[in-house]
Design a protein around this ligand. Structure first.
Ligand code: ADP
Ligand code: MG
Length: 271
């Protein structure tokens, strides 16, 4: 089961992972209220309007925009809510946006430039172990990084007998080129992220980008999460995270009767 970015961030925050904060809205009035509340809570005057659909690449498709005033929050959310968002990861016909996340700006200027990284946790099916896959090349598709600069992708495999070891978390911070406060923040981030992954029975967490802010905080700006359908019985509270409008109706019907049905593309009819 996939969840929206805002839901994934709630799960992360419960395990102590620092996230870019935000409030959801399904119309422009709610969007303006959300922005006002965020300014009160965080001091941010700049907001990011983020379309909530089960697909990445939203930035490229026009589903993520910066608003510098409440007027812009209103006009941009008016454009994004209800739009048909087409990204490299949606079906060709796109996905309708019913909800946006009004998020705090975390790319504020400061002593140092903000820096983006890529971090994911997933099950390595060939070894049956969890691994952390990461890269200093954040913000881009990991497929592109793998193709163009494969030497900039690192992995840390986790032995289930020992769990994530602290030297592995330090290794990650080191390979990402961090030092000082940001190094410490990153090791904390990785430990909390991995705990959250284990606790939620996930098969994939992809945080792209993880951001080093201009004041050396490490935070999750985006979050993609796949939760293991076969473990959902252990997480009754996850039922409400399901967004049926994002799922294939045939797959929904099949899952209701306990079948694993996978719809495939293609136009050949084989008898
Ligand atoms: P997606 O991966 O679906 O495109 P992200 O949440 O990763 O969505 O956002 C895409 C890009 O938008 C990020 O890599 C980042 O560069 C940019 N972005 C996100 N939030 C902000 C922000 N507060 N200020 C400036 N740029 C942002
Ligand atoms: Mg992203």
């Amino acid at each position: 089961m996939n969840v929206h970015e805002y839901q994934a961030k709630e799960i992360l925050a419960k395990s102590g992972v620092s996230v870019q904060r935000g409030i959801t809205a399904s119309n422009t009035d709610q969007a303006v209220r959300a922005a006002t509340k965020l300014t009160e809570d965080t001091g941010t005057k700049i907001h990011v309007i983020k379309a909530q659909v089960h697909a990445g690449g939203r930035g490229k498709g026009g589903g993520i925009k910066l608003a510098k005033s409440l007027e812009e929050v209103k006009s941009i959310s008016n454009k994004i809510i209800g739009m048909n968002l087409v990204t490299p990861q949606t079906p060709p016909e796109g996905k309708k946006v019913n909800l946006v996340l009004i998020a705090e700006d975390v790319y504020y200027p400061g002593k140092i430039d903000p820096e983006e990284f890529y971090v994911s946790v997933l099950l390595n099916r060939s070894t049956g172990r969890n691994m952390i896959l990461y890269s200093p090349e954040g913000g881009m598709d990991i497929e592109t990084v793998a193709e163009k600069t494969p030497h900039l992708i690192y992995t840390e495999e986790i032995d289930p007998n020992y769990g994530l070891l602290s030297f592995q978390a330090r290794n990650i911070a080191f390979n990402l080129g961090l030092s000082g406060i940001a190094f410490k923040e990153m090791t904390k981030f990785i430990v909390c992220l991995y705990n959250s992954y284990l606790k939620s029975d996930a098969t994939l967490f992809e945080i792209n980008p993880v951001l080093k802010t201009s004041d050396e905080k490490i935070i999750a700006v985006d979050a993609k999460m796949t939760l293991d359908d076969n473990a959902l019985f252990r997480h009754k509270d996850y039922a409400e995270l399901r967004d049926l409008s994002e799922e294939n109706p045939t797959e929904v019907e099949a899952s209701e009767v306990g079948l694993n049905y996978v719809a495939l593309d293609g136009n050949d009819f084989v008898v």
